[in-house]
Design a protein around this ligand. Structure first.
Ligand code: ADP
Ligand code: ADP
Length: 232
């Protein structure tokens, strides 16, 4: 489902060059929940952003759900992104729109008709457990509820892959567990491939099938979670 091939990402700024991702190879299978863990600055965010073309690799290639995301641009990239959705640490909701309107937004952009949109939004609200909150604004929601909106919005385009960028890092432990349970449920029910980045071991242990450990831009270890974390 996902192939990262000899990828390197160098940022150039006035203060010099930073190698954020340094020759990474990764294969992630269809239906997997795959975690990428590492300390701050390890390159996790840069790597996951290259999976949907938010960043372009300096070297190497990235293919996700049949799309060469490191090569395509414009309308092709926009189309690919419908199959490669993302959720964020700070939710990135539209604050002047209600729950329903936030979830409908990607469908509106894709030109889906109003009646089909409404049907889909109702389904998604049920799936993420936001019944009764349809007309609330993000400011009226708890952190966990905001992330549920983020998840519903991400699922609106029927993606094949869901990328989670520190999706529970702004949430308390109890809410984190509830959101992780929801991600497992979605993975099972929809067969969605999930890639998440985190600095929290707990998140990886709770839901991931396999994990990659990143340090200073490199993947230093990959394997099933039980194997990687069993070692002394
Ligand atoms: P992580 O998500 O693991 O915290 P990042 O991918 O955010 O790691 O960062 C990896 C390295 O790349 C860090 O040294 C960071 O400072 C640098 N970096 C990230 N984004 C940029 C950018 N837009 N410009 C310059 N350097 C960046
Ligand atoms: P956190 O997850 O740290 O509690 P929030 O979810 O409150 O953060 O905010 C996430 C982002 O949205 C921040 O960049 C913040 O500035 C912005 N934001 C928060 N509330 C509003 C608002 N009412 N209108 C516009 N932007 C907002």
């Amino acid at each position: 489902m996902i192939n990262v091939n000899a990828v390197k990402k160098i940022y150039s700024s006035r203060s010099g060059k930073v190698t954020a991702v340094d020759h990474v190879d990764l294969t992630i299978h269809s239906g997997e929940i795959f975690g990428i863990i590492g300390y701050s600055g390890a390159g996790k965010s840069t790597l996951i952003r290259m999976l949907n073309g938010l960043e372009l690799p300096t070297e190497g290639s990235v293919s996700v759900a049949g799309h060469e995301v490191s090569k395509i641009k414009g309308s092709k990239l926009r189309k690919a992104r419908q199959e490669i959705s993302m959720i964020f640490q700070h939710f990135n909701l539209l604050w002047s729109r209600t729950v329903k309107e936030n979830i409908a937004f990607p469908l509106e952009i894709a030109g889906v008709k109003k009646s089909a949109r409404e049907k889909k939004v109702l389904e998604l609200i049920k799936l993420v457990g936001l019944e009764g909150r349809e007309d609330a604004y993000p400011s009226q929601l708890s952190g966990g509820q905001k992330q549920r909106v983020g998840i519903a919005r991400a699922l609106a385009s029927d993606p094949k892959v869901l990328l989670c960028d520190e999706a529970t890092s702004a949430l308390d432990p109890q809410t984190t567990d509830a959101i992780l349970d929801l991600l497992v449920d979605i993975n099972k029910r929809l067969g969605l491939t999930i890639v998440l980045i985190t600095h929290e071991m707990h998140v990886i242990r709770k839901i991931c099938h396999r994990v990659a450990v990143m340090e200073e831009g490199k993947v230093v270890e990959t394997g099933p979670v039980i194997d990687v974390f069993k070692k002394p």
